[in-house]
Design a protein around this ligand. Structure first.
Ligand SMILES: [Zn+2]
Length: 240
């Protein structure tokens, strides 16, 4: 298994690791540890560079696999051997934008749940852009400006964002997590990572976030779509 450095330190831009396996067919390597996020929970995977023996290989993407995080290198790039020491360098500009966007999405769903009791049903994001779906019958166009104002108040409130790792038993006692259907977690999952925007939102989450809401910057709600009587979609964008 790969040690997931990004789970405890999302600000790691560069790290050292050892190659533990080479998967020739997939043009991929497994490392003993990594700061590259493999994607999941709506946040897309990281890209970057892998350096070894004075060579540089472009990382096409990191990807989850049951045996560990696959680091898939671009076609034609050099491949390190098992046992090689490598330096992983993240495409930080892209990753930091994703961190800001991911935290913005939690601000949006935390605020909407607090103010209207509406639940999220889905979402997706790319750097500085995202969309989120809600079970929110009364979400009309008029409300969009009110919500935009409320979420930017939360950005300005400079709320800390805290990550914690709980045992399954511990996590099952946290009321906010019960609301987000934590009971649906497969039984083999023994630890639950949580991301808390202090005073606003707490959820089980594997992604990377900024440490304070001020880092998100102004959030614009750029579009609204009714996807039926109950389901409504909001689109957001962040400033560069
Ligand atoms: Zn999330």
């Amino acid at each position: 298994m790969t040690t997931l450095l990004y789970q405890t330190n999302s600000y790691l831009k560069e790290f050292s690791a050892v190659v533990v396996s080479v998967i020739v067919d997939a043009h991929a390597i497994l490392l003993d540890q990594t700061a590259f996020y493999p994607g999941g929970g709506g946040q897309v995977y990281d890209k970057g560079i892998i350096e070894f023996n004075g060579l540089k290989a472009v990382l096409k993407r990191a990807k989850y696999s049951p045996g560990g995080i696959l680091h898939i290198l671009d076609e034609g790039e050099p491949m390190p051997e098992v046992g090689s020491e490598i330096t992983g360098i993240l495409d930080w500009d892209r990753r930091y934008k994703l961190m800001r966007t991911h935290t913005a999405m939690h601000i949006l769903c935390g605020t909407i749940f607090r103010d209207y009791g509406a639940h999220v049903t889905g979402g997706d994001m790319e750097p500085l852009k995202g969309r989120m779906d809600f079970e929110f019958e009364n979400l009309t166009k008029d409300l969009v400006a009110v919500i935009e104002n409320a979420i930017n108040k939360e950005v300005a409130a400079a709320r800390d964002v805290r990550v914690a790792i709980h045992s399954r038993e511990e996590a099952f006692k946290i009321p906010d997590l019960i609301r987000t259907k934590i009971n649906l977690l497969p039984p083999h999952i023994k630890e639950v990572r949580t991301v808390e925007i202090v005073g606003l939102d707490l959820q089980a989450d594997g992604g990377t976030h900024v440490k304070n809401t001020t880092e998100v910057g102004t959030i614009h709600i750029t579009n609204y779509k009714s996807k039926g009587k109950i389901n409504k979609r909001l689109y957001i964008e962040l400033e560069p």
